[in-house]
Structure formats: structure tokens, C-alpha cells
Design a protein around this ligand. Structure first.
Ligand code: ZN
Length: 151
């Protein structure tokens, strides 16, 4: 059985084959898998070229612009999310203030900072990092805090 090659099928798709020959090719195509493959390959080639002619020349540039616009939208979403985080932080601060905890820290932190400064100065004098002594002094400070709170 004679097969038609891809070139013949391209001519067929371009309507450049006379009617008698077309009918022969169609009959053959109905029964031949090999030519069906050639026909599909020809179709692909033909359609790709057709698509290239139909698509605007700035098609890929337009797609890239579209992607950039999507990215900008995502950035906006991220910004509003950090605004949400800020709002949550503000709400937590308000809750702490109303429960009096914030007041307590505001009163005690300056004193704590002064004591911490003393601790670091002592450490500098000692010239050697002594984690045991540091932990002891931290424990002392915690105990002082508990006394202040009356526990
Ligand atoms: Zn064939």
C-alpha cells in the first residue's frame, strides 16, 4: 500500500490537491494509521503557522505584562496582610492595657533595665561569661518581681 507523506497532507490541508486525488487520500486516510499520523503532523505544522499569522506580534509581551499585573496584585494582598498583623498587635496591646498588665510592665521595666545594666557591667568587670551567675541574678530579679506583685 502506498502512503502519503506529511508534505502531501500539508498540500491536502491547504486545498492544493484536485478533487479526485483528495477523495483517494480521504479513503486511504480512513483505513491507514500511518497516514493518520502524517496527517496529524501536517495539521500541527499547518495550524502552528496559522496561529503565528493570527496572533499579534506583541503576543508574548502582552502575556508578560499580564503576569506582572498579577504579581502587583499579589504584592497588594501581602501589604494588606501586614496591616492585619499590625491591627492584631494593636488589639493585643489594648487588651494588655485594659487588664492592667501593660501598666505593671510600664512601671517595672525602667527599674528592670537599670538592674540589667548593672548585671552587664558586672559581667564586663568579671571579663568572663559566667552563665551560672547570670541565671542566679535573673532568678533574683524574677523573685523581686513576684514580691512586687504580692505573690
Ligand atoms: Zn497510508
Amino acid at each position: 500500500m502506498d502512503h502519503y507523506d506529511t508534505g502531501a497532507w500539508i498540500l491536502y490541508r491547504k486545498n492544493q490537491i484536485d478533487a479526485d486525488q483528495r477523495r483517494l487520500m480521504e479513503d486511504h486516510l480512513a483505513t491507514c494509521d500511518t497516514c493518520l499520523q502524517s496527517y496529524l503532523a501536517a495539521a500541527e505544522e499547518h495550524e502552528t503557522r496559522l496561529a503565528e499569522m493570527l496572533l499579534p506580534p506583541d503576543f508574548s509581551a502582552a502575556i508578560k505584562d499580564g503576569i506582572k499585573a498579577k504579581k502587583r496584585q499579589a504584592d497588594k494582598k501581602r501589604r494588606s496582610r501586614s496591616l492585619v498583623n499590625y491591627t492584631v498587635a494593636a488589639a493585643i496591646t489594648l487588651a494588655l492595657m485594659s487588664s492592667g498588665l501593660f501598666d505593671f510592665f510600664a512601671r517595672e521595666i525602667p527599674g528592670l533595665l537599670a538592674e540589667t545594666g548593672q548585671v552587664s557591667r558586672t559581667l564586663e568587670k568579671g571579663a568572663r561569661w559566667d552563665p551560672g551567675r547570670f541565671l542566679d541574678s535573673a532568678r533574683n530579679q524574677l523573685e523581686k518581681l513576684r514580691e512586687v506583685r504580692g505573690e
